[in-house]
Design a protein around this ligand. Structure first.
Ligand SMILES: C[S@@+](CC[C@H](N)C(=O)[O-])C[C@H]1O[C@@H](n2cnc3c(N)ncnc32)[C@H](O)[C@@H]1O
Length: 363
């Protein structure tokens, strides 16, 4: 039993960040779905043991999705029209969260893993209640019910060289009799291996290192003024474009934004975003006047150097990496799930699985 590899179905799988981490933890991702062709292409290129279906999850019937032990889904976050009541969803085909629920109701996985942005903690439904509470209640209401634990996680606490916050939900089927516990942090922020300098070591000649998306003419003009560790505050006022001058003139009104952050080699880099714009994301190389390469941002996201990004356009490569769960975070979460499932007395786990005969461990 302990040597069995739990089977994962992955929805909204992107280029495979979370899924790679779950595989590294010792799970088998057997089936994945993703609507974006660029993300799916990279997924297919690197995750050769997984069947990836490219298309809209709303168009996929549950009978075409295999049974699984674990369901992973980083669904895009959309508010509900009515709290706690899925009947209240105004869109007749429901939200993307609803799509994940549809699969959970059909497959009864042992464990469900959701990943989302920090903003989900404060996202309100149209009636003013918290989306978060609706998610917990919906999972609780599904037969046989799920015990949900969620946490705002800082990826660098688990060794990812990036200040990236994400909310992870782990829901455990109630008949398993335990609530998932998040693992204790493994790293503190002063560790040298988390710095920009450490993350950028020995990238020359690696795949995707030549993939560098050029800055706009305006950014190209501004960036040479910014010192390593600096930001737009280093740019002389006279050089600023009118929009940034207006903001500088009234910093209080604009809440003192820190645009064009250029992290130093001694700092931990900020969040790598899907848009990869220098204004709002720490994407400027510390010592060269250019954007980080695709390989460099993959390093900040903890993708291994042999994971190759093959999207059609450069901007799409940046986007799929920025959207990903850092594989290392997926690995840490995956390992803790396996550990907690394996801690259940074997007979009890078998009984729980037997109750929903479709579970893949018996295949
Ligand atoms: C936050 S990303 C998931 C990242 C992924 N978990 C990873 O670690 O790489 C959300 C993904 O959902 C996909 N998506 C959005 N709507 C979808 C739909 N209707 N059907 C399938 N995938 C969809 C997006 O293209 C995007 O890649």
């Amino acid at each position: 039993m302990k040597n069995k590899r739990f089977k994962v179905v992955s929805l909204f799988s992107g280029c495979g960040g979370l899924d790679l981490g779950l595989e590294q933890a010792g799970m088998d991702v057997i089936w994945a779905n993703e609507i974006d062709a660029n993300a799916a292409e990279t997924y297919r290129h690197n995750m050769s043991n997984t069947t990836i279906i490219e298309g809209d999850i709303k168009e996929i019937h549950v009978d075409d999705i295999p049974n699984c032990d674990i369901l992973a889904a980083g669904f895009p976050c959309q508010p509900f029209s009515s709290a706690g009541s899925r009947k209240g969803v105004s869109d007749k085909r429901g939200t993307l969260f609803e799509e994940a629920i549809r699969v959970i109701e059909s497959k009864n996985p042992l464990v469900v893993v959701f990943e989302n942005v920090r903003g989900i903690l404060s996202t309100k439904n149209l009636d003013g209640s918290l989306l978060l509470d609706s998610i917990v209640k919906t999972l609780d209401d599904i037969i046989p019910g799920y015990c949900v634990n969620y946490k705002l996680i800082k990826a660098s606490s688990y060794g990812v060289p990036q200040e990236r916050y994400r909310v992870i939900f782990v829901a455990v089927r109630k008949d398993l009799g335990f609530t998932y516990e998040f693992p204790a942090p493994t790293h503190n922020k002063n560790e040298k291996e988390l710095t920009v300098g450490a993350a950028l070591k020995n990238v020359k000649n690696l795949p995707n290192q030549e993939d560098i998306w050029e800055f706009s003419p305006q950014s190209k003009k501004l960036i040479p003024f910014i010192k390593e560790g600096g930001s737009w505050k280093d740019i002389p006022y006279s050089e600023l474009p009118p929009r940034l001058k207006r903001i500088k003139d009234n910093m209080k009104k604009y809440r003192a934004p820190n645009f064009y952050r250029r992290f130093s080699r001694d700092e931990i880099n900020g969040t790598i975003t899907a848009a990869a714009t220098p204004e709002n994301c720490g994407i400027i190389h510390p010592t060269e006047n250019r954007r980080y390469s695709v390989r460099e941002i993959a390093r900040f996201q903890s993708f291994p150097d042999d994971f190759v990004f093959v999207a059609k356009s450069l901007s799409a490569k940046y986007r799929v990496i920025g959207n990903a769960v850092p594989p290392l975070l997926g690995k840490v979460i995956g390992e803790s799930i396996i550990g907690q499932l394996n801690a259940i007395e074997e007979g009890k786990l078998f009984d729980a699985m037997d109750r929903y005969k479709q579970l893949s461990l018996f295949d």
